[in-house]
Design a protein around this ligand. Structure first.
Ligand code: NAP
Length: 307
């Protein structure tokens, strides 16, 4: 079994920042990350509101810089998925898929969030065959095509704008008659003539020919009528759910699954801290994730020095 002082679960902006701060405090630290470090920054084309980048910065670039900074301080990244945490007093044992176990005295959960699914007929069947939840990953497959983006938040509007570089037409389908996205994005979206807002509609079904998506069946919430629009692709952008399957109620979570922390990023279990998109909070941004990561690492340092 491997041992470390501090184990960070998740290598997004929260986990990488926590790692940088912990290494600066000379704590033996490892990050477990199932994919590429960077988290949801990797599916964000441009970040305009991270201080220090007046012209904005690509999500992939910021992720790479944070990873390099963490590695530069001597950080370790362990590739794999966490399946369980066993808490035995001061010792916490993290079990990974495949059976590998790592023991640590302090754990920072920074496992982030993933896209919600719609739960309609055709969504699962056509995932990878026209249905996607990542415009940056899959947008280029839709050059000259008609697509739909489902959702009315910041992500949906940003993705619709991003997809205009490929798609000939982009229906932006929202279940209410008002978008949730910021006023800035609502103004921006009007500059893109390929984006056609389709408001007060819910998706009933994603239709296809068995191989590819062909159409969306919608319910018009004002008239109750069923409408069909022909599309080649559907991008689902209806919010996030926290990545907490491995926690299984071992630390306190709210009804939606987000981890509850205090102002020190301490969870309900001593020695387990949490930060970033996996926690209950009021603002989900790269900058807040980084700030919470710094606080979590500083709290973990104090906890470890008091043991
Ligand atoms: P979000 O803000 O929660 O918005 C989700 C959208 O999907 C809402 O418009 C919601 O409709 C709709 N929706 C939810 N469930 C639905 C369903 N079952 N069927 C149809 N529509 C459904 O999620 P997000 O856009 O993914 O953003 C997540 C967080 O990251 C937010 O806090 C956001 O501000 C932040 N974020 C920030 C930026 C930025 O600062 N540039 C960029 C991206 C994300 P209702 O409006 O009717 O609830």
């Amino acid at each position: 079994m491997e041992n470390t002082s501090l184990l960070i679960i998740g290598g997004g902006p929260a986990g990488l920042t926590a790692g940088i701060y912990a290494l600066r405090a000379e704590i033996k630290t490892a990050i477990i990350e199932p994919a590429f470090p960077g988290g949801n920054m990797l599916i964000t084309e441009r970040i305009d509101n991270y201080p220090g980048f007046p012209l904005g910065v690509s999500g992939a670039e910021l992720a790479e810089q944070m990873k390099q900074q963490y590695l530069g301080f001597g950080g370790e990244i362990i590739s794999g998925e966490v399946e369980d945490i066993a808490i035995n007093g001061e010792r916490k044992t993290v079990r990974m898929a495949g059976g590998k176990e790592i023991q640590a005295y302090a754990v920072i959960i920074a496992s982030g969030s993933s896209r919600q699914s719609l739960g309609v007929e055709g969504e699962e069947e056509y995932t990878g065959k026209g249905v996607s939840s990542c415009a940056i990953c899959d947008g280029a497959f839709f050059k000259g095509k008609r697509i739909a983006v489902i959702g009315g938040g910041n992500s949906a509007l940003e993705e619709a704008i991003y997809l205009t570089r490929y798609a000939e037409r982009c229906y932006l389908i929202h279940r209410r008659d008002l978008f949730r996205a910021t006023a800035y994005l609502q103004r921006e979206i009007k500059k893109y003539s390929q984006v056609i807002p389709v408001l007060s509609r819910t998706v009933r079904k994603i239709e296809g020919d068995g191989n590819r998506v062909k159409a969306l069946s919608l319910e018009n919430k004002e008239t109750g009528a069923t409408e069909t629009i022909e599309v080649d692709g559907v991008f689902i952008s209806i919010g996030q759910k926290p990545n907490t399957a491995f926690i299984d109620g071992k630390v306190e979570q709210n009804p939606a699954g987000y981890i509850i922390t205090d102002y020190r990023m301490q969870t309900s279990v001593k020695g387990i801290f949490a930060c970033g998109d996996v926690i209950r909070k009021s603002l989900y941004q790269v900058i807040t994730a980084c700030g919470e990561g710094a606080v979590a690492a500083s709290s973990a340092e104090k906890y470890l020095s008091d043991l």
